[in-house]
Design a protein around this ligand. Structure first.
Ligand SMILES: Nc1ncnc2c1ncn2[C@@H]1O[C@H](COP(=O)(O)OP(=O)(O)O)[C@@H](O)[C@H]1O
Ligand SMILES: [Mg+2]
Length: 250
């Protein structure tokens, strides 16, 4: 199958300092790619480049067979197909849940309100939040808000979803419900790039793992191999700080 997304020789610099170096990456439709690596290694910047939130200095990004790194890229169209969810959910506090998640489909994509609501309710139901349709963000827990943020991205009917440490700011007891949501999406065949520090989850969800350090992809591997017997010394050192193998077994 053709690649949905291809990154070739990508370099990203901020004021001359190199943050991403020679990134090469392919992702096929339906694949789940997990990106791990120490803080500051460039994971968020990589996702932001894919979504056009950062300009790149060298290389190319090809999405659905078209280069999207050019000045002529219609980012407002591309971003509808590349959903992104961050650590902070950024829901509009003055809008209820259903209005939050139907805003973009109606305003950006011109979907009729009734249809957007119907679609949104189906998605909210899947994450167990359809009964919160009229609630305001402040009435929801962090885990619930993050699940709404995921639904909001899904309401645009994206081709690929990018998740940047979506559980990092959540209380431990609600992390599971958000990760389950991502596992469910993976099962349904959504193409995803997931940046996470939840190693047991990464091992369970990934088709492929990428380990980054200092702006480079140091190792790309099958999750079974990566988490049991990483090939690079740097990945070994990084993984030794997590106890996922002890707590999760195989
Ligand atoms: N807007 C920016 N200007 C300058 N440097 C930045 C900017 N954004 C990120 N960086 C730097 O790029 C590097 C990678 O950051 P980031 O992609 O956030 O790493 P990660 O997500 O892996 O923790 C860090 O050294 C960070 O300080
Ligand atoms: Mg980050």
């Amino acid at each position: 199958m053709a690649n949905l997304l291809e990154i070739r020789g990508l370099y990203k610099r901020f004021d001359g300092s190199e943050v991403l170096s020679d990134i090469n990456l392919n992702i096929k439709e339906g694949e789940v790619l997990v990106v791990v690596g120490p803080s500051g290694c460039g994971k968020s910047t990589l996702l932001r480049c894919i979504n056009g939130l950062e300009e790149i200095q060298e290389g190319e990004i090809v999405f659905e067979g078209k280069k999207i790194d050019g000045k002529n890229t219609k980012w407002n169209l591309v971003r509808q197909k590349i959903g992104m969810v961050f650590q902070s959910y950024d829901l509009f506090p003055h809008m209820n849940i259903i209005d939050n998640v139907t805003l973009s489909p109606t305003k950006v994509q011109g979907v009729r309100k009734e249809e957007a609501v119907k679609n949104a309710l189906t998605l909210l139901k899947r994450v167990g939040l359809d009964e919160k349709r009229d609630a305001y963000p402040r009435q929801l827990s962090g885990g619930q808000k993050q699940r709404v943020a995921i639904v909001r991205a899904l309401c645009m009917n994206p081709k690929i979803m990018l998740f940047d440490e979506v559980t990092a700011s959540l209380d431990p007891e609600v992390v599971r419900e958000v990760l389950d949501c991502l596992l469910e999406l993976a099962k349904e065949g959504m193409t995803m790039i997931i940046v996470t520090h939840e190693m047991a989850f990464a091992k369970a969800v990934a088709d492929r793992v990428i380990f980054m350090d200092a702006g480079r992809i140091v190792e790309e591997n099958d999750p079974k191999i990566f988490f049991n017997n990483p090939q690079s010394e740097r990945a070994k050192r990084f993984l030794s700080r997590f106890d996922f193998n002890i707590t999760q077994g195989d």
